[in-house]
Structure formats: structure tokens, C-alpha cells
Design a protein around this ligand. Sequence first.
Ligand SMILES: [Zn+2]
Length: 341
Amino acid sequence: MGKKLLWAYGLLWCLQFASIQTAVAQSSPQETKTYVPVLPSVKAKFWKIDPALGYAVKNVGGGVYVISDNGWQSAFLVTNDGVIVFDAPASFGKNIPSAIAKVTDQPIKMLVYSHIHKDHIGGSAAFKNIKGLQIIATEGVANFLKEMNDPNRLEPTVTFASAKTIKLGGKTVELTRHFYHSHEGDLFIYVPDAKFMMAVDCVTPGYAPFQGFDITTNFHEYLKLFDELSAYDFTTFVGGHLTDIGGKKDVEETKEFTYDVYNTVKRIHNNMDQAAVVAEAAKTVGTDNEFALFKAVLDRVTNDAVRELQPRWIERLARVDVWLPSHVRTALIYVRWDDKE
Ligand SMILES: [Zn+2]
């Protein structure tokens, strides 16, 4: 192919997708300005953070308090015999003991890890000198942290395989292990008396999920997550990130989005004339570059799916334009390699 033709082909490609602002590679400062602003309904719910403190605490009832810096979230349960903390994010973990001391005189007795990621438990070093503290996590999480030997993530002292009920000071916490996000396992942290559910890195109330359905390592488990959550009776949902907490409607809305992406990608992928896409790409890259030809098929599915999905979701979930291509890619990998026809 001559240079002129190649250039024309490139231009055509650009024009074809100019209507969407979500090319997979989009990184220059100019380009990032084209993202739509955060939805006003979401902006209205940003927590008011005292800059001197760097976090805010909200009482959600039943002895449960949520802490947020509008980027990360953790929570704690006050009982008559001590406090149980759920996660210690790297960003504000060092402030959690003093935040709790403002609410109660009860000592911190337990720290529960939702999963291994350092942004959620990398502030646990601040709990190092708390006498008799139990750090509770699944065996998978404990094994990983033992191997990692990271001074910022204290090693668990109490481990369990797949489910554990904690009883302290007349309160109950039910922990169950899932695999919707990280390879080592993720917890549902449920406080029945408070109708409180915390499941980190899956649903972000008001927003599209983070990159690639919250960088899930298992989209099959992620697809099951929503019904597993909805089986619980809760009114408060904490997802561990961003600017608000939510409820069942947020779980349902993210389910609807996730299945829309999945079903759309599956339909486009399975109905596409892949041989025609390969033949078209071969005009540019030749016939012996199999990776480039295959990439052309994956890129075509991705771009077609993004173009169809974005108008349906752009005014429903904030930041959907930022991560939609990555969500489509995650669903595409599942459809192509894991799913049945
Ligand atoms: Zn995570």
C-alpha cells in the first residue's frame, strides 16, 4: 500500500470514530479535556471534607460509621466491647485511630481486610502498636501478604477459608469470600443489624466502574456478584471508592450497565464477519502479521461496542466515557475465550 493510501486509510479510520471521544489510547492533555464533566447529580453528593482533617466521617446507623476522603472509603463498627475497623486505606489509614477516638472511647480490637490491594489496606501500619489487635483476613489474602512482606500492610493474625462470623460486644459481622475482583479473594462485609454491606472495588455509586470492571481478574465471578449482593438485606452500600455511598439501586444500576456491555459485546463479536475485517486489515498490514490482523478484529468489536453503548450510559453513570473501552475489552476477552456461543 502506498503512503498516500495508507494516510487516507488512517484518516478514514479517525473520521469514522471522531464522533466518540473514547479512543482506546487517549492520553494527551488536549484529549483528556474532551471528557464530559462529572454528572451534576453525582457532584451534588460529594462529601464535604475538612482540608485540615483530610477526611469526613458519617454515621450510617446501627453503630457503623463510614470514613471517606472522596477517593477511598473505609468503615468501622462501634460495639460495647471495642471497635471493628473495615480496611485501612493508604490515603487516610493513619488518621483512622484518631477519627474513631472522636466518636467513641472504645478501643480498636479488630481490623478486617477486604482484599490485598495496598490502596485499601496500605494504611494498616498505623495500627502496628495497638495491643492485642486482631487482623482478620482470608487465608488467600494472608498467604499473599506473608509472601509480600510489606511493612505497610500488617500481616493478618486471624484467618479463615471462605466464611466467618464475628461477634463482639453484642454485634455481629458476617464475612464471606468471593472472587469478583482480586485473585486472592474479596470479602462481603455485612453487618445485619445495621443493614450495612461493604464490598470493595465492584460498584461505585453514581459512577461507571473503574477500568476494566474494576480491574477484575475474573469477569465470570464479577457477573455473578450483583445477584449475590442483592440476596442480602441492606440499605447502606460501601464500595470503597469515590464520592458517595449508596444502596441497592446502585448495585442494580451497575448490574444493568455490566450486562448491557456484556450482551452488546457478545452480539457484535458473534455476528461480525471476521474474515472481512481481516481481509480489510490485510490491505494495510499484509497477510503475514497475524497479531496485527487479529488486533484489527478485536479493535473493531471494541470500537463498534463503545459507539453503541456510550449514548445509552453517558447521562446515567459518571465517567463512563473514560473507562468504557476498557469495560468492553474485559467483556470481549470473556466472550472470546471463556463464554459459550
Ligand atoms: Zn482492589
